[in-house]
Design a protein. Sequence first.
Length: 398
Amino acid sequence: MLTGKRILLIIGGGIAAYKTLELIRLLRKDGAAVTPVLTKAGAEFVTPLSVSALAGEKVHTALFDLTAEAEMGHIQLSRVADLLVVAPATADLMAKMAQGRADDLASTLLLATDTPVMLAPAMNVRMWMHPATQRNIKVLQGDGIRFVGPDEGEMACGEYGPGRMAEPAAILAAIRAALVQGPLTGKHVLVTSGPTHEPIDPVRYIANRSSGAQGTAIAAALRDLGARVTFVTGPAAVPPPEGVQVVRVETARAMLEAVEAALPADAAVMAAAVADWRVAEESASKIKKVAGAAAPSLTFAENPDILKSVAQSIDRRPKLVVGFAAETDDVLAHAQAKRARKGCDWIVANDVSPGTGIMGGTENAVTLITASGAEPWPRLPKDEVARRLALRIAEALE
Ligand code: CTP
């Protein structure tokens, strides 16, 4: 619940602004007070009257509104809230923020504030993918700005891809997560999860049976303790948690790139089941079956070891690096050797033999291996394993 919390909600100019009306309703239902700010472009999409009616408060629109300045100056306005949320955050507004410009009320508030800021971007897919926007995102992330979304899907402009504003319920979850005060508040934790897909040709790939359930539960548990979580996930069977920064990848190489882009972090939990090998030469066109010809053979190349490269990074190693060891025999011995080989601090070892029902199941039986030895945990639901691990991580980062 957000009872007692105040959100300064900046509504930018995009078609997604209509969803922001629903967000205001959800925020108020959750107990939050909403101070709305409507940009000039935002007012082209939703009216000040609907915004103020839903918020139950005056909507702020212009910088040089002398009456408003007399009531509450813009500097003060930027600081009354527990969180500033920009939804939709347009490419233009993000560019202004990245440059520190302040030429209207919204950008001035964003520059003058000393409270945390969260953006829910919404824009055309090409605008989102543009190197300039991607550069701005990096700058803003470096400034500690949080992001929720964008989602991938069909857009109002008819194109398909990332750029759609996150759904109001997801933004609400992210806001709750940002305002949670817990032992991991102020910490950034990177989590990898899910399998990777290694392409053979444009229609076929090599994968593994990981559902992503344990990694997802860990990300949610870390979020619940107040951490800012970057969740780098392969194509998993379970949806990613809300209220975390989701980066979707397919291959091990893309996962490494995303992980490197997400650093620095205070801790990294590598729960992904990364494919050890990829097909050495991915075929650009579909491999055809030719009557009478021999079956094709595949040659493999080794994938980068993401855990090892993070754990052995000279200048960007997180304080705590946690790996997983999915084994089918000699679990402890293999896991202990893996901890040494990869250079990580802890290994969460589990037996994934088919008989255990762990891979793809709802429970997990793990042994936590640290510098001081092996600690077997009872068989528990994956959510509970995640909660215990998150608490241990919080202790270690104290
Ligand atoms: N891992 C990784 N990058 C890889 C392979 C594995 O980051 N290319 C990480 C996994 O996320 C996990 C840990 O390393 O945290 C161990 O993964 P696992 O598949 O159990 O071990 P491997 O390194 O693949 O070793 P082996 O195949 O010998 O068991």
